[in-house]
Design a protein around this ligand. Structure first.
Ligand code: PHE
Length: 514
């Protein structure tokens, strides 16, 4: 049989039948000491099929098994011939009659090969010698063909007690070593001779009828290799993000580390001079964490200053005049804006070795708000944020920066409208004229961070910080002509949309105009 035919024969054994056979054998014999002794449908079972059945039973804890590996010695074709017909030296000995044999005739009697190899060995063994007339003569009456005996032992037991003999016979290419695997099988904690079909899906019916409680569910195989993807596609949001990142880099900004979705209320609200009773801190607007619910890992000296500025004022402010509580600041949440990262970064900037130096930071990442989901709102979205800290910056600088930034995005028609944020003064909403909609749409928010925020963070008095925030979704939806945000993000998002949408090219007007 060719090896491919053997493989076909092996796979024709059904894993289910084999598994049942293993269980029946265990039930009858208690254990299987070595799978080498198993005969299924009159045949030795191929290891691959056996392994498949064993692992599936083991996963259900119906059995346990161990792999036993050992060397198996087998005869080569030449070794098998010697085992059957005797060694070359024995053939030579047997070919010599009582009155001797002319050397020239040996080859004719035993063949050229045996004559060549066997003669020397027979001489060495002192079985034969040379007579006076030059003929070959026997020196002993009988011989023991040890090579043949050793090979017979190996043929029968696939082993030999003398390692030197094995090494010698292997060197003579009369036998060789093969690796074999057997399995030792025992009953498992859920042993039974009945294989219950396992459920692979939890269905609505099962939940409604309660039948799931009595079902045996197939365990997930986390080691299974998934199908390799043939290629990848960037989500449109990531394409636009990449363009925005390039604009920031062009303008000399550094990217802030935004890899922390969970923040303490301290960085998200308190450090931003957002009072603890502010409605945004309500559960209806913010996702708070249950486990762990709190963390007090923020700098205590800074916290004391924040507490003071909220409750009694400072840095030229009268504060809010309420009883600020640390417990409130410790509450963990999913950050509601990337300004939580900016406040933390500004604290680090003020406390870096050598003290404050001017900085330009940006971030583009995900934020979370407990909002009712509709065509234009999701409970999570992405913010684009730019922050510049330097001595003596003005509102004019902020307007200028936003204008340049928006022009680089291809948005030229910009207007600002006064707004309110607890942490900025003045604050401005950013509007852009939308050709398609024929009206001004809000694209972002901005402002100059208040002294009540910058002081407790440790920034020098004369340092001003200007900042702006945009959503990533809005420009992406405009760019890709998507009008329902649920088509862009979340479970309703069509994968084909991601695969087929074009690369993002922002119409960068700046380069051409200047
Ligand atoms: N954090 C603001 C928001 O979530 C955006 C903003 C950033 C406003 C920086 C002013 C300064 O809308």
């Amino acid at each position: 049989m060719t090896s491919s035919k053997m493989a076909a024969a092996a796979t024709s054994v059904s894993t289910d039948d084999l598994a049942q056979f293993i269980l029946n054998t265990l039930d009858r014999d208690g254990a299987i000491a070595s799978s080498a002794d198993l005969r299924f449908q009159g045949q030795q079972v191929e290891n691959q099929a056996l392994h498949g059945a064993l692992t599936s039973l083991e996963r259900r804890e119906m059995i346990t098994y161990e792999t036993i590996e050992f060397d198996k010695w087998v005869l080569t074709a030449e070794g098998a011939d010697i085992e059957a017909n005797g060694s070359h030296e024995a053939k030579v000995f047997n070919a010599i009659p009582a009155d001797g044999l002319a050397i020239g005739d040996l080859g004719k009697k035993v063949g050229a090969e045996s004559a060549k190899i066997g003669q020397g060995k027979a001489f060495k063994n002192k079985w034969i010698g040379k007579g006076k007339d030059g003929k070959l003569v026997r020196l002993v009456a009988t011989i023991r063909d040890v090579t043949q005996e050793d090979l017979a032992t190996i043929k029968k037991t696939h082993a030999h007690s003398d390692a030197k003999v094995l090494a010698e016979l292997k060197k003579r290419k009369l036998c060789d070593k093969e690796k074999v695997t057997h399995y030792r099988v025992a009953k498992g904690t859920h042993f039974s001779t009945v294989i219950v079909k396992q459920a692979t899906d939890l269905t609505v019916d099962m939940l409604l009828s309660g039948s799931w409680q009595n079902l045996d569910f197939k365990k997930y195989n986390f080691d299974a290799l998934g199908q390799e993807p043939s290629g990848g596609h960037l989500h449109p949001l990531m394409k636009v993000r990449e363009e925005f990142r390039q604009i920031f880099f062009e303008m000399g900004f550094e990217e802030m580390p935004t890899n922390r979705y969970v923040e303490s209320s301290f960085w998200n609200f308190d450090a931003l001079f957002q009072p603890q009773q502010h409605p945004a801190r309500d559960m209806h607007d913010t996702f708070f964490l249950k486990n762990p619910a709190t963390s007090n890992r923020f700098p205590k000296a800074c916290m004391e200053q924040v507490k003071q500025v909220h409750s009694t004022g400072g840095f030229g402010s009268i504060g809010y005049g309420y009883d600020w509580k640390e417990e409130e600041a410790e509450k963990l949440l999913l950050r509601t804006h990337t300004t939580a990262v900016s406040s933390n970064m500004l604290y680090k900037l003020a406390h870096q070795e050598g003290g404050f130096t001017p900085a330009k930071y940006f971030s583009i990442d995900r934020v979370f708000r407990n909002e009712t989901v509709d065509a234009t709102h999701l409970a999570e979205f992405h913010q684009v944020e730019g922050v510049i800290a330097d001595v003596g910056l003005t509102l004019g600088d902020l307007i200028g920066f936003i204008n340049v930034f928006c022009q680089k995005m291809g948005v030229t028609n910009i207007r600002f409208k006064p707004a309110y944020n607890p942490y900025t003064e003045p604050s401005m909403e950013i509007f852009s004229y939308h050709q398609g909609l024929g009206k001004w749409v809000e694209i972002g928010n901005s402002g100059m961070f208040r002294p009540e925020m910058l002081g407790p963070l440790g920034l020098p008095d004369n340092v001003r910080v200007i900042a702006w925030g945009l959503s990533l979704e809005r420009p992406t939806m405009i760019k890709y002509g998507i009008d329902n945000i649920r088509e862009l993000l979340g479970h309703k998002c069509d994968l084909e949309m991601i695969q087929k949408n074009p690369i993002c090219r922002l119409d960068k007007k700046m380069g051409r105009e200047n």
